[in-house]
Design a protein around this ligand. Sequence first.
Ligand SMILES: [Zn+2]
Length: 276
Amino acid sequence: MSQSTTMTKTTGMTIAPPLSPRQKAARSLVWAALLLAAPALRAQSAPDAAHADAADARTTDTRPAGARHAPYVVVDTGHTPAHPGATGASGRVEYLYNLDLSAAVAQRLRAHGDRVLRTSADGREIALTERSTQAPDADLFVSIHHDSVQQPFIDAGRQREFHGFAVFVSERNPHYTQSLRCAKAIAERLVASGETPSLYHAQPIRGENRPLLDAHLGIHRFDDLVVLRTAPIPAVLVEAGVIVNPDEEQRLARPDTIAKLSEAIAGGIETCTAPQ
Ligand SMILES: [Zn+2]
């Protein structure tokens, strides 16, 4: 019914009587005015800073369009089944949380057309340096973890005081600036999605005390983290949340939380690996 109405209207619009010479002249005047106004219209809708940056990025990339490669990302699942990292309040181990979230991140990146190499997703033992050096031609190495706190806090029943994400970079990585750029892009997306940064690792506690690079974004420097230090490419480690906190652990296990976190992390990766 609605389709036939539309067709009648369309037909009515396209069939027009022949124009008189005067009408033709008027029409070409209108076209001339529109053509003259076009640059002014373009100037009025000046692109914002973000668009200007995007335009710059396109012009500074001198490779032919066909040669621009899709981002290539190593998504590392922290720990292994045999050495599973922290233990959540429920007894479920960190490796399983890391596996779920890294799988979701990898899936999103692939859906965007990125090349993805996953390390430590198959359950076999793998050395830290084998993770970080497996793809020296990749654009980024990102290691996915879930956080804990030191045993005295757990023994004192203070687990619920700790929650939120933290992001780490190493100044010893040969691409520190780009690593930091990616850390910021990921953390910005996490904050925008409603996550809060944990500043636990920056506290003056023996074994923590990491230099805090950005309190608002939860970015810390951890120069000796092996995977970050030994990666020949930009590298970032993300602690997605604190699984020793029983409330936070329940939230981190939920599919909607995994979806939200993976969208934020993959979105940040897309931003920082986009051609500049
Ligand atoms: Zn871990």
